[in-house]
Each structure stands twice: as C-alpha cells, then as structure tokens.
Design a protein around this ligand. Structure first.
Ligand code: SF4
Ligand code: SF4
Length: 256
C-alpha cells in the first residue's frame, strides 16, 4: 500500500480544488458526515498532535442532531460550533454551503442558504469528479468492493467503532489496521461508547447474501429495506449497493 503520507498529500490536493464559502459557523450542517477511511485518517492528523482534544473527541457520547432525526451531531464539532479538525475536514463538509448541493437533490439533503461562494460555482460534474478522485484514493488502500462488504462512506461513529473493536472479518481488520497506522485509537477504547449498530447491520448483510446464494428469496425485499433504512447513522455504507441488488433481483423476476 502507498504510504499514508502520500495519500494525505493527494487528498489535500483534491480538497484544494473546492472553493471556500463564507461560512457563518452556525454548526447546523455538522451532522456526522459520510466519509471514506482515508478522509477519517486525515481528519485525525490534527488530533494526534493534541492528546487532550483527541481524548475529548473519542470519549464524547454524541447526541442526535436536533434538526435531523436519526442522524448524529458530528463528534468533531466543538462546544462553540467550530470544527476541531477544520484544516483536515472531509470533502462532505467542504461541499456544505455550495449551492450545487441543492441542485443535486435529496442525496445531499442538507442545504445552507447562509453562505456565499468565495470562488467559482461548483457544478454537479465537479462534485462527481471530486467524489471519484477521493474514491480512487481509497481503492488503493483496501478492497473497496469485496462482497459481501461493500465499504464506501461511513460516519466517524462507525470508523471509531471499527478502530477500537477487533474484528474477525478480514476487511474490517484491515480497515482497523489502516486507521491504527494514522492514529493509535485502540489505546483509548475504554473511553469510547459505541452507539451505532454496526454489528447488527453486518449480520443482516451476511444473511442477505446467504439467502441470495441459497435461493431463499422469500422476504428478501424486507431484509434489503432494513439494511438500507434502519441504520441512517452508519453512513452511506451499503445504501446504493442495496439499491443495485434490488434492481438485479427484480430483473431476475424475484418478487420483492
Ligand atoms: S455551511 Fe451554512 S449551515 Fe454549515 S456551518 Fe456554515 S453557515 Fe452554518
Ligand atoms: S468534521 Fe467538522 S465541519 Fe465536518 S461535520 Fe464535523 S464538525 Fe462539522
């Protein structure tokens, strides 16, 4: 694997392509963001140099976001609505306040009308190009689409859960290793309170694949609905992939 520092340099270059907006730091858009593993590792850089802040962030028990039921407030947000990893914040956060998100619709459902762009206006094509560039970088680190675990965007809650929980699943053990290389979080495991149902979601995904493989497709639509909708606080992980499976099963004439 390419060195993390090289990955960080490339990520910084990608982030540098996003024009700044005149954010008022009201904090409303600081919902636990959907981010890739390299972005999570990069966000840890300012914290690994500030042990007290790292411990504060890891030991927080994050509340639901007051305006977005089912979603958590971002644990990187400080008490005065600022961002403790601002210089290293993920792409999702850099896109907040850009009018293009409104144009792109429901998938990007947090719109901010309080900002002005301080550079050129982004287009949907720009956003997809940025997302592709970040995804390409992540693909160099781990097997992004190793069925049954298709891992793309998780929330910081999930990445922390992975970072502090040893896993018998090789992909998750690998992700833990990558995060550990960026910042040894497992030493703080005792102060972290896990609240997202990652294990439950993984169990459902495994059950889904078992059923498809064995042809037991009764109630499979319900299972897919649960995987897609019951875990909004885990991030985009498996949402779009589940949609793809739904279409594939429908093509095969399986009633969902
Ligand atoms: S981008 Fe908008 S919603 Fe988000 S903190 Fe800035 S002003 Fe508030
Ligand atoms: S990483 Fe920073 S900017 Fe992004 S949601 Fe969290 S607190 Fe807000």
């Amino acid at each position: 694997m390419e060195s993390l520092q090289n990955m960080f340099n490339k990520l910084a270059e990608i982030y540098g392509r996003v024009p700044e907006v005149s954010c008022r730091a009201c904090g409303r858009c600081c919902i636990s963001p959907h981010i890739s593993v390299i972005e999570f590792c990069y966000a840890l850089v300012p914290l690994r140099e500030n042990q007290a802040e790292l411990e504060r962030v890891v030991s927080l028990v994050v509340a639901d976001h007051p305006d977005f039921p089912g979603q958590r407030t971002c644990r990187f947000q400080t008490a005065d609505n600022l961002c403790s990893v601002h210089s290293h914040r993920p792409l999702a956060c850099r896109l907040h306040g850009h009018p293009v998100l409104k144009e792109m619709g429901q998938e990007y459902d947090v719109h901010c009308n309080k900002t002005e762009s301080l550079g050129r206006q982004l287009t949907p094509r720009d956003v997809y190009t940025l997302l592709d560039a970040v995804n390409d970088l992540n693909r160099r680190c781990y097997d992004h689409y190793a069925e049954p675990y298709w891992v793309n965007g998780f929330t910081p809650e999930v990445w922390l859960t992975i970072a502090v929980t040893p896993s018998p699943r090789p992909l998750f053990a690998k992700l833990r290793e990558i995060i550990g290389e960026a910042c040894p979080l497992d030493v703080l495991s005792a102060s972290f309170t896990q609240t997202v149902a990652l294990e439950e979601k993984l169990t459902l995904i495994e059950e889904f694949h078992r059923r498809v493989a064995s042809g037991r497709t009764e109630s499979i639509g319900e299972l897919l609905n649960r995987i897609q909708n019951d875990f909004p606080d885990t991030g985009t992980y498996y949402y779009f992939e589940a949609e793809m499976y739904r279409k594939e099963l429908q093509k095969r004439g399986i009633s969902l």
